[in-house]
Write a protein that binds this ligand. Structure first.
Ligand code: GAR
Length: 201
């Protein structure tokens, strides 16, 4: 059984979807810890309800970004799970951390990468006028939203969509795709070959 640590900054609905799939046995793993940079993240309540230990590394309490990053890396090293899941963790992982845990970090992004990296991906999609959007689960590397892609789920963009309606449609798929990718990881079915991820049958 794999040990999973989750990083989240906010609402934590993706975190919740992972909690549920661990509980019902679809993911062969246990969530050993939630790490958050925000002391008021709703994800904390979700962890407490599920009996998952929480480590708060309050970004605003650090003098410099480097100090924060050092403490985050120290904590991640100490927890040392098989996999870190970034479920709405809204900060860039600095290069050293990304390198240290390469192949063991999975992120969910609300766009079909490599389109619409960074913040407000759903707004970017609406403004660009694309006809399909979706979410991407990928390994994390040193580049923002740039790592090898594990799964992508697609949704239509409708004529009268705004950022919120599109985000809602994408979020439903996120809640399916993220636990699915973690389940594959925990069953050792993901093989990382350069930029490509092979999924073993
Ligand atoms: C999700 O839509 C996730 O894909 C996105 O933040 C939201 C978090 O929601 N992540 C990013 O944009 C990362 N670049 P949640 O807290 O309810 O899971």
């Amino acid at each position: 059984m794999k040990r999973i640590a989750v990083l989240a900054s906010g609402r934590g609905s993706n975190f919740q979807s992972v909690i549920e799939k661990v509980k019902d046995g679809s993911i062969n793993g246990e969530i050993v810890c939630l790490i958050t940079d925000k002391p008021d993240a709703y994800a904390i309540e979700r962890a407490e309800k599920a009996g998952i230990p929480v480590k708060i590394i309050d970004f605003n309490k650090f003098k410099t970004r480097d100090d924060y990053n050092r403490e985050l890396r120290r904590t991640m090293t100490e927890v040392n799970p098989d996999v870190f899941v970034l479920a709405g963790y809204m900060r860039l992982l600095e290069t050293e951390t990304a390198k240290a845990f390469k192949g063991r970090m999975i992120n969910i992004h609300p766009a079909l990468l490599p389109s619409f990296k960074g913040l407000h991906a759903q707004r970017q999609a609406v403004e660009y006028g694309v006809k399909v959007a979706g979410c991407t689960v990928h390994f994390v590397d040193e580049e923002m939203d740039g790592g090898a892609i594990i799964l992508q789920h697609v949704v239509p963009v409708l004529d009268d969509d705004d950022e919120d309606t599109l985000a809602g449609r994408i979020l439903k798929e996120e809640h399916i795709a993220l636990p699915k990718a973690i389940a594959l990881f925990c069953d050792d079915r993901l093989v990382l070959e350069g930029r490509r991820v092979r999924i073993l049958k």
